[in-house]
Design a protein around this ligand. Structure first.
Ligand code: ZN
Length: 415
């Protein structure tokens, strides 16, 4: 391959000027595809790693490292990863895991788990002038934990990050009969697929299934005339747990309902389950679910270093003292609503754990596992549009009943 166009994006050397460099952006268009057969990550002789990607064309990219655990994050605008598997890609020992997919619309991300602290010694994107094919090579070399920590951190980019803190105008008071605003939160998305299982008709992926259900449920709620609906994501892209809550606040949500259909090996995981936030998990399976959701954020390359305690402190909030009973009542009403539609419900359909996505202090929040992809019976149900319509109806009924109860209770409190 003749290469006439070469540029280096030397990000930070061993001596280390911190901070990522935005790669050159002009002259690229369209969607780049990865050539899986020609893309490899191998170990180097000095104990580091060499990342070699072959792309159908050049794309702007950026990279940065994150600590706890040590990760290298590569963002591309935009790469089609089809055909690539982490098993084929990872040929060495220094990169232990690769996760890749859509991050935000228009941007793709790969997150590499590092076996030890490493810094990017060199980065080069070579583009063939005739074929337009591009070779990206990144040279990683071991560094001390201190050096790594000093340079780790996500760059600030307003296109991707949480909306900056600002004083929002108060949401105008609505009349008591106005529709409630329900924020529906389809779990996972983009680089974070959630549960994946094989069925008779092929692979079933939680992020896709649950987005479809959220849209169906949203239509049922809106058609009832009792609710307005906003989704935390309406496509296959990643939204951090933190951002899901921020979106609900920004929208002035009355209610927050996170939707999932995870796979669980622990215990008897079948049937619908409704979770609320608590400091102590009601059971081991729920604790593991909550942990796994936080871990999905880590694997997707979210920088959690600033949010050192995402749940426990919030539990003490005064606002939560009022919200928690409302969340509990909401969870009970939803369990009843779905049970009355035939469920099937889990034997312990009401559970709790430290789910980060439920931590909004002032919005009643629940997380529904409408079924478990790991259960053959649930898997069949989840793929059945008629069953999903029944569950959506059950959730609507639960919300309607909760609203009446909640309105009456709050009128009593005010007297
Ligand atoms: Zn899930």
């Amino acid at each position: 391959m003749s290469r006439v166009f070469t540029f280096m994006a030397l990000i930070w050397g061993l001596a280390g000027q911190a901070g990522p460099v935005q790669a050159q952006t002009q002259g690229f268009s369209g969607l780049a595809r990865i050539d899986a057969a020609a893309s490899r990550i191998t170990d180097t002789e000095d104990g580091g790693a060499l990342i070699a990607f072959s792309l159908s064309q050049g794309v702007p990219y950026r990279l940065f490292t994150l600590n706890d655990p040590a990760r290298l994050v590569l963002d591309f605008q935009e790469v089609d990863w089809r055909g690539l598997t982490s098993e084929d890609l990872l040929q060495g020992e220094q990169i232990t895991r690769a996760q890749f997919g859509t991050y935000v619309p228009g941007w793709s991300r790969m997150v590499l788990a590092l076996a030890q602290p490493m810094a990017v010694r060199g980065a080069a994107l070579d583009i063939d002038v005739v074929t337009a094919r591009a070779d990206l090579r990144l040279d990683l070399t071991p560094v001390s934990a201190e050096v790594f920590a000093a340079h780790a951190g996500a760059p600030t980019d307003p296109r991707w990050d949480l909306p900056a803190a600002e004083v929002l105008p108060p949401v105008p008071k609505r009349s008591p009969d106005a529709p409630l605003l329900v924020v529906l939160d389809p779990g996972h998305g983009g680089i974070d697929p959630g549960a994946e299982v094989m069925s008779d008709t092929g692979a079933v992926i939680e992020k896709d299934l649950i987005l479809g259900f959220a849209i169906e449920l949203g239509e049922v709620l809106v058609r009832s005339g009792r609710f307005q609906v906003q989704l935390t994501r309406d496509g296959d892209y990643f939204v951090s747990l933190e951002r899901r809550i921020a979106l609900a606040h920004r929208a002035g949500a009355d209610l927050f309902v996170s939707l999932h259909a995870d796979a669980l090996s622990e215990g008897l995981a079948h049937g619908a389950t409704v979770h609320v936030l608590s400091r102590e998990a009601s059971d081991v399976a729920s604790a593991k679910l909550a942990e796994r959701h936080d871990r999905s954020d880590l694997l997707a390359g979210v920088d959690l270093s600033d949010s050192d305690d995402r749940v426990t402190g919030v539990l003490l909030d005064l606002a939560r003292q009022e919200t928690q009973p409302r969340s509990d009542a909401l969870a009970r009403a939803l369990v009843d609503g779905m049970a009355n539609q035939g469920g099937p419900m889990n034997r312990r359909s009401l559970r709790s754990a430290g789910f980060s996505v439920l931590k909004a202090a002032d919005i009643p929040s629940v997380l529904i596992e409408i079924g478990f992809l790991s259960s053959p019976r649930d898997l069949q149900n989840l793929q059945d549009p008629q069953w999903r319509a029944q569950m959506a109806r059950g959730i609507l009924n639960g919300l309607v009943n909760w609203r009446e109860e909640d309105t009456a209770l709050r009128a009593l409190v005010r007297q």
